[in-house]
Ligand binder design. Sequence first.
Ligand SMILES: Cc1cc2nc3c(=O)[nH]c(=O)nc-3n(C[C@H](O)[C@H](O)[C@H](O)COP(=O)(O)OP(=O)(O)OC[C@H]3O[C@@H](n4cnc5c(N)ncnc54)[C@H](O)[C@@H]3O)c2cc1C
Length: 421
Amino acid sequence: MPSSDTGTVHIIGAGLAGLAAAVRLTVQGRRVVVHEATGQPGGRCRSYYDHVTGMVIDNGSHLLLSGNHAARSYLRAIGAEHLLEGPPSAEFDFIDLPTLKRWTVRFNDGQIPWWIFDKSRRVPDTKARDYLGLMRLMWTSNDRPLSELMRCEGPLYDRLLEPLFLAALNIEPLHGSGKLAGQIIRETLALGGQACRPLIAPGGIGDAFVAPALRALRQQGVEVTLQHPLHALNFDVDHIAGLDFGEETVALGGDDRVILAVPAFIATAMVPGLSAPTAFRSIVNAHFRVDPPGGAPRMIGVVNGTTEWIFALPGRVAVTVSDAGELVDAPRTEVAQTIWNEVARVLGLPEALPPWQIVRERRATFAATPAQNALRPGPVTTLKNLFLAGDWTATGLPATIEGSVRSGDRAADLVLAAKGS
Ligand SMILES: Cc1cc2nc3c(=O)[nH]c(=O)nc-3n(C[C@H](O)[C@H](O)[C@H](O)COP(=O)(O)OP(=O)(O)OC[C@H]3O[C@@H](n4cnc5c(N)ncnc54)[C@H](O)[C@@H]3O)c2cc1C
């Protein structure tokens, strides 16, 4: 059971950053209370029952890569790693929508990338030397847009790099941060295929990433209070003196600590002078209640369409469109119909629109440009008992599950290391 002799750690926000921090601190025996504004934990990574389709759907299909070590160790800590599923080796299926030409990119397991020398494994119409541009990207020191750092045209870019960077950065890659893109390559492709296996939670992200964490925390006596929004932090010179929840204020003792794990635009409203990203990008997800055809790949990247990734799951098909731009404001039926027309063509399904739902996340992630990346703060603040967590803090990664879990782990480690802890 958590010990209470070292003060309480108040975690504000039960997204993955807050949950990861709570799990890590609890394992170390710290007393933790989690305060979540909404009635549901998980933040931008959540599942819910949708009455229109009669299915439990995810706000967005979330993809991990096997090299996401922090996310996987978080899942291990909450006993949920087995809920992720993926192929034994790194394979990505693609289709070009206008021509229906298909290809599969197959990375080899080890660190030496011999797959680029094998025509049957690399992107069609590319040569091994085309891949050398990625090396330069890995070692870029000044952050610049991707378009200034590598060749953003040609078959390799169009058929592999653009779809992957768009998914990982959630921004039109031409404008994306070269530094963040380089870090992705360092942590995945450069480590070999065993770090690039795509992993999804076919049973839903809520069941994999959120519910087991709540169970684990509650078993350890951690309070996760829902519908308990923090209204303001009460400041006293160099520390937070209290947490203002509206009807009640929690006074903090000398050994108490606060981890603020809320989105960037909430954190900046609460902490004066805090530097944080100010621009965001959307993601649109479409969900269709339909049986995918037998043999359909679990996940297929679509090139030259509105649809970007199709996930074929038992009894349903989900589609992701990153940096969705105008699609976010287009009429929902139109969006569903456009996407379904493409899905039906790719999977060979009937044209009639099945039951559908469109989920639009307007501020899905911060805009991963060099300028916005430079605004990300570290976890330490000028207030000695306040630490920051969240995918928008300076993790070196784009806004991803891996980044948010690392930020939560890092804030927890700072609390554990803080004087008086
Ligand atoms: C549609 C979509 C698809 C995505 N796909 C992928 C993917 O494929 N792979 C991947 O790795 N990542 C993906 N991401 C990104 C990933 O979901 C996020 O990086 C991650 O969930 C962010 O977690 P977080 O804890 O940092 O922030 P959040 O999830 O935003 O959590 C912050 C929490 O703070 C709470 N809060 C806000 N204000 C207050 C307050 N005043 N008091 C108390 N609580 C408060 C919020 O309600 C929320 O629960 C996707 C995101 C979206 C939206």
